[in-house]
Write a protein that binds this ligand. Structure first.
Ligand SMILES: [Zn+2]
Length: 484
């Protein structure tokens, strides 16, 4: 089945036609490894994962990268303040980033280039830009002259009418109406500031330069798809575009630009000052499950704003339970004996499905995500089908190979969603153990009532050591769950 994507550059939905289906080149702007990723960042990483899984499930072979920004003003300032190297600042955050990916079942990409390992490529790119007359120097720093690049503003559609030549911006991030020349190479200002001694002078790269150079380093060319959050469209992606096509005027830098929308929390922009700022770890600590979080963050369309709330996490749990209960019903009917397909060979399940109802349900699911990764459409068709599956089980209408073919359907679905379980689940505790846990919780409530807080804390600690998380609700009821 063929894909259509909404290309930010053309402003319309276009058929996806990669130059080589056996090596589809995709680059995504990755994390600045300076603190934990917040759930808005996580949403854009999950978007990359869905793009990957969708293309792979249709048989494309991918060569995919996400960069690690380990050179940045904040990182350098922290290294000066703490008197440690930038590597010491970034190493724990880089580790935390990969842990977050793993905990959300995000597939590993082929490359994770780092800025610190790509300095030579950045210098080479600046040399090309210099040769093409696009660079000037001021106080030892190098700037890109945007007026000299004809296509500036084409990608983000910003108004370049009012831009003045020679007005510079040294910051990596700035407002949309601040159209100025941007910095390629920043001159070292003080001895303690981390710098690289190159023939551009002693200094460090601007953020925009990092991505253009890493793409060149990994692929030796432009890419089929470039992704990022919508807030990166200007100035970051506009500047990447200007650098790469300014350096290589005969080559197209990116064929398709995909941008993922913002995440809001309870209708508002997430910010630390508003107290609505969440990292993945914050939510896990509240006792929510990883699969619930993954499901919620992938279930809305990437081009719609996602309004995150804890109530929505509960809805995600109910939706997941509905899919999983149906899947267990099917698995039960086969005695959990089935053939396993994983990406990329999940393609093969299509040929194995002879039941026309199941086949058409699978096609509906595919139609959804092939249309600009419209997962809500895919999920809608899946829930319709789930209703039909259950009704037919109630009436004993499935027979022969149907059970296996239904499992194939869910294997295909899960090659995208990555949240289902195909294994028989054994309860975490026996009923005797559950009684004991409930007894301890009652005792704790009583201890709290009698102001015996030492005993109440002791009971909480006993339960925590057994992997049980207690959640005290506003209504005074204590819920518990087993955490992995
Ligand atoms: Zn980037």
């Amino acid at each position: 089945m063929s894909f259509h994507f909404y290309n930010s550059k053309s402003g319309k939905k276009e058929p996806f036609l990669p130059k080589d289906p056996n090596r589809v080149k995709i680059y995504s702007c990755g994390p600045t490894v300076y603190n934990f990723a917040h759930i808005g960042n996580i949403r854009s990483f999950l978007f990359v994962d869905i793009l990957r899984r969708a293309l792979r499930s249709e048989g494309y072979i991918l060569d995919q990268s996400m960069n690690i920004t380990d050179i940045d003003d904040k990182i350098i300032n922290a290294s000066i303040e703490k008197k440690i190297s930038i590597e010491e600042i970034t190493a724990p955050w880089t580790k935390a980033f990969f842990e977050d990916l793993e905990s959300l079942n995000i597939q590993k990409l082929e490359h994770y280039p780092k800025a610190t390992e790509s300095i030579n490529d950045m210098v080479d790119l600046v040399h090309r830009l210099q040769a093409n007359g696009l660079v000037y120097e001021k106080d030892g720093s190098l700037y890109y002259s945007i007026q000299k690049f004809k296509g500036y503003g084409e990608l983000s559609k910003i108004d370049v009418g009012g831009m003045k030549s020679g007005v510079r911006n040294d910051a990596d991030e700035y407002e949309k109406d601040d159209v100025r020349d941007f910095v390629l190479w920043k001159n070292q200002k003080s001895e303690e500031e981390k710098a690289w001694d190159t023939d551009l002078g002693k200094g460090r790269p601007g953020w925009h330069l990092e991505c253009s150079a890493m793409i060149r380093k990994v692929y030796g060319s432009g890419v089929d798809i470039h992704t990022g959050g919508i807030d990166l469209l200007f100035p970051h992606h506009e500047n990447e575009h200007a650098q790469s096509e300014g350096a290589f005027p005969d080559e197209e830098f990116v064929t398709t630009w995909l941008h993922c929308e913002h995440l809001l929390v309870e209708g508002e922009k997430m910010s630390k000052s508003k107290g609505n700022f969440f990292t993945l770890r914050d939510i896990l600590e509240k006792g929510y499950d990883k699969k619930q979080i993954r499901y919620l963050l992938i279930s809305s369309h990437y081009r719609s704003k996602l309004n995150f709330s804890l109530a929505k996490l509960e809805e995600a749990k109910q939706a997941l339970d509905r899919i999983q209960t149906t899947l267990f019903r099917i698995l039960e009917s086969t005695g959990y004996v089935y053939e396993t397909f994983e990406t990329p060979d999940v393609q093969n399940v299509k040929a194995k499905i002879s039941n026309t109802k199941i086949r058409s349900a699978l096609t509906d699911f595919e139609n959804g995500f092939c249309d600009d990764l419209n997962l809500p459409k895919s999920l809608g068709s899946m829930f319709e089908f789930i209703k039909e599956i259950n009704q037919s089980y109630d009436k004993n209408l499935w027979n022969g190979n149907d059970h296996s073919e239904l499992i194939y359907y869910f294997q295909f679905v899960d090659s995208l969603l990555g949240v289902l379980s195909f294994e028989k689940e054994t309860p975490a505790f026996s009923s005797d153990e559950e009684n004991e846990i409930n007894g301890l919780i009652e005792e704790r409530a009583l201890a709290k009532k009698n102001k015996n807080f030492a005993r109440a804390d002791e009971i909480r600690n006993i339960l925590t050591s057994r992997g049980i998380l207690l959640l005290d609700t506003k209504e005074g009821i204590t819920q518990w769950k087993k955490v992995q």
